[in-house]
Design a binder for this molecule. Structure first.
Ligand code: GDP
Ligand code: MN
Length: 378
């Protein structure tokens, strides 16, 4: 999940890192008020979960309250880089003596944490990194490594950084590394880490992406997680099922994560492309299955679906009723291969077999169900 810049900065400030004065606003009036508090001069930035705002006109340096209001009118409610700007961040202008790029990134290719630094930070960092790779320094760390300040200082020294800069920069990098580890960040990127005219390092921007799987450790981030979900993911959450959208065109429902992954593998193996992973878990009810079938069959690009359920604590008659209730709402003749086994299997089969586009499989092997679906689609 991506944490909005204003909240990311407030969390980073707890680590002794310096952030500009200011706060977010949702209306022109609020922007004017904050601009006034800051003495007129301020930066108005679109709060959207993406980078590249500077180049796209989403960061406006204003010299007066009037200019700040004008900037707010130009940004609020507008589309920018594929997002609607609902909030802006109003901050003091920091006079710049330099822009540094500092990042802490989980490197999934090496399973290490990369500390990335460039003295050529700013909005051109991607080009700089491509054209002049030597201007970007990397330090790879094992997850869980302690990072003492002296280790960073030595690293900075080896890379010939101005010795006068080393102490402050080393402390800042260590604080960023600690924050990234504490917050289970996949990515923490400060660009620019501004060198203020008094030489202090200030976090002008902050991009923070936290691992969704770590949500239970960060309950304060729950609202950002919910906000990051698509409408379909939200529906799945309300139904109480695990749901992951995928790129393909075959809907999938299973009653177990292992069964689900095996079903996805077998579909792929047979040349079919799953449109989702959906695991009901052990709480099947008629309503849950109805909702799940609607969820996976609604998109018009779906060519067919496989429902692969095992009834232990789950009662399969409930599942069958749910499938039928959903199909009453979703007409069409797309094939639905249903493999139901276990608790109440006969009752479920009897109910489903008369339904025209439902193909009931009574065998144990998922391969049989996948083969049947593939045949029906050819
Ligand atoms: P991004 O383009 O989405 O990464 O947005 P940033 O927040 O990084 O802003 C883009 C650029 O605007 C920065 O690289 C700075 O050059 C400039 N900028 C942002 N805030 C300030 C500020 O307070 N003072 C000055 N002088 N420049 C700023
Ligand atoms: Mn930036």
């Amino acid at each position: 999940m991506i944490i909005p810049e204003d909240y990311a900065k407030s969390m980073l400030a707890r680590y002794g890192l310096v952030t500009p004065r200011g706060r977010p606003a949702e209306s022109t009036e609020e922007v004017a008020l904050i601009a006034q508090e800051l003495g007129g001069q301020c930066v108005v930035k679109a709060l959207i979960p993406t980078g590249g705002r500077g180049k796209a006109g989403g960061v406006k340096l204003c010299q007066s309250v009037e200019q700040a209001q004008q900037a707010a009118r130009e940004l609020l409610g507008q589309q920018l880089l594929g997002h609607t700007v609902k909030r802006v961040l109003v901050e003091e202008i920091v006079p710049l003596a330099g822009e540094i790029y500092a990042g802490v990134v989980v490197n999934t290719a090496t399973d290490q944490i990369d500390l990335v630094l460039s003295l050529a930070g700013g909005v051109e960092i991607e080009n700089t990194a491509r054209d002049n790779r030597h201007s970007v320094y990397h330090l790879s760390l094992q997850p869980g490594d302690l990072l003492p300040v002296h280790r960073v200082s030595r690293w900075l020294g080896e890379n010939k950084l101005d010795p006068a800069r080393v102490p402050d920069l080393a402390h800042t990098l260590v604080a960023l590394y600690r924050a990234a580890a504490d917050l289970d960040a996949i990515l923490l990127e400060i660009n620019p880490l501004a060198i203020g005219q008094d030489g202090r390092l200030i976090l002008l921007d902050a991009k923070l992406e936290v691992d969704d799987n770590a949500l239970s450790r960060h309950p304060e981030l729950n609202s950002f997680f919910i906000a990051s979900l698509s409408p379909r993911e939200l529906r799945a959450r309300k139904l109480g099922v695990s749901y992951v959208p995928l790129d393909g065109d075959i809907g999938v429902i299973t009653s177990g994560a292992g069964l689900g992954m095996a079903t996805l593998d077998l579909l792929q193996h047979r040349g079919l492309s799953p449109a989702n992973f959906l695991d009901t878990g052990g709480g099947i009810s008629e309503d849950m299955v109805k909702g799940a079938v609607e969820l996976i069959l609604e998109p018009s690009h779906i060519k067919g679906a496989i429902i692969n359920l095992y009834g232990g604590i789950n009662r399969m008659l409930e599942a069958a009723k749910g499938i039928i209730a959903a199909l009453e709402n979703i007409p069409g003749d797309r094939p639905l291969v249903v493999k139901i086994l276990g608790n109440q299997q006969e009752e479920a089969w009897e109910l489903l077999e008369p339904v025209s586009n439902v193909h009931v499989i009574r065998q144990v092997q998922t391969e049989t169900a996948v083969d049947l679906l593939a045949g029906l689609l050819n």
